[in-house]
Design a protein around this ligand. Structure first.
Ligand code: KG4
Ligand code: ZN
Length: 354
């Protein structure tokens, strides 16, 4: 093959991922280790080796190495970056530093030719943000979470409800457990307030909802005379109400973002990570990505918003929504094609947790 080939490396959180991809977005080989392991450092060698072997591409054949350098956990980012720095020097390859959130936002373009600009909602255990993707290196951040991410909130609520003890939920993530139980729950029994009802921007807040849910749980425990850690009789109703409030908050903020983009109004508040740009028209596409995006109820709620505002909702399959090396390699490919952000092998790059 004569096309250019990129190695992508992701270590911004608990996952170590690597992928080899050609210029057309074809995945030639990939490897992902998701365990929360202490020996990330040994993992990285193995994961990159595995991705390269599976692709049958020798390091000398690579056109560039792309690695997440921000944002994420300092220690994890450092491990990926240290490895990459040594690797690109050893094999004399160009280096492409990658912004983890930008990679999430552009993953959809690997699967279908979505033209810029488009609106993205990223929701996972680590992040929640709304942004306009205007180009490979051109993003307008419209809003982000002021406290915790929605997946984190759902995980904590699930833990507080001891859902791990529920026979149907023992192997599920907190978000998945809430979604499953919510199917048979009556959300109207717990009318939680949707966060930030009086704030007219596109930011998110979930800590207050978690507080409301905790108070309701405590009250029920007192009423039923049971101890914390015992399954409540109303878990399904609490699950349904929590999920509904998360969905409703995400939908309302997304609606604001759509209106903002359509009206081309005032500039949003300052944003240190992605930079401020003036907004122009948004394409008729909205992309929903991240672990929480696999929630059917949330998808349905958002699709109501996009339908009524004339947008089309795209959700990449779950395996591309969660952290992986493929999305980093794809961002590397997109940058290589446009010649954006490509550094020589000997340049010193630092990671940035924030
Ligand atoms: O993107 P992801 O795999 O990892 C990071 O957070 O970086 O997202 C994991 C999060 C967890 O908090 C999990 O509870 C949540 O996504 N999640 C869900 C669902 N599946 C996973 N939340 C709600 N509904 C789901 N079906
Ligand atoms: Zn992520």
């Amino acid at each position: 093959p004569c096309s250019r080939v990129v190695l992508g490396i992701e270590t911004s959180c608990d996952d170590t991922g690597a992928a080899v991809m050609d210029e057309t977005g074809k995945i030639l080989g990939e490897s992902l280790h998701s365990q929360k392991e202490v020996h990330l450092r040994e993992n990285i060698e193995r994961v990159v080796q595995e991705a390269l072997e599976r692709s049958h591409v020798a390091p000398s054949r690579l056109s560039a190495v792309a690695t997440t350098v921000k944002p994420g956990l300092g220690l994890s980012l450092g491990i990926g970056l240290d490895f990459s720095r040594r690797f690109v020097r050893q094999h004399n390859k160009p280096f492409i530093p990658i912004h983890h959130m930008e990679a999430h936002a552009l993953t959809v373009r690997m699967l279908q030719p979505v033209p810029f600009p488009f609106l993205v909602l990223l929701v996972s255990g680590g992040h929640s943000l709304l942004a306009v993707a205007r180009g490979v290196d051109d993003f307008l951040l419209l809003g982000h979470s002021l406290d915790e991410a929605p997946g984190d909130t759902m995980d904590k609520v699930a833990r507080r409800l001891s859902l791990i003890k529920h026979p149907q939920c023992s192997t599920l993530s907190g978000g998945q457990a809430l979604e499953l139980l919510a199917k048979d729950g009556d959300r109207s029994r717990f009318p939680f307030r949707t966060p930030m009802g009086k704030t007219y921007d596109c930011c998110f807040s979930f800590a207050g909802l978690r507080n409301q849910v905790n108070m309701a749980i405590m009250k029920k425990e007192a009423e039923e005379g049971i101890e914390q850690g015992t399954l409540l009789s109303c878990v399904k109703d609490i699950a349904a109400a929590t999920q509904h409030t998360v969905a409703s908050h995400l939908a309302k903020r997304t609606h604001r973002a759509i209106v903002f983009c359509k009206e081309n109004g005032m500039l949003p508040s300052s944003n240190p990570t992605l930079g401020i740009y003036e907004v122009n028209t948004v394409n008729s596409v909205q992309v929903l990505s991240g672990g929480v995006a696999s929630n059917e109820y949330i998808r349905k709620t958002l699709s109501i918003i996009t339908e009524t505002t004339g947008l089309h909702l795209l959700c990449p399959p779950a395996k591309f929504c969660t952290d992986n090396g493929v999305m980093i390699a794809w961002n590397g490919v997109e940058r290589l094609r446009e010649g954006k952000g490509i550094l020589p092998p000997n340049v010193d790059v630092c990671y940035e947790p924030k």
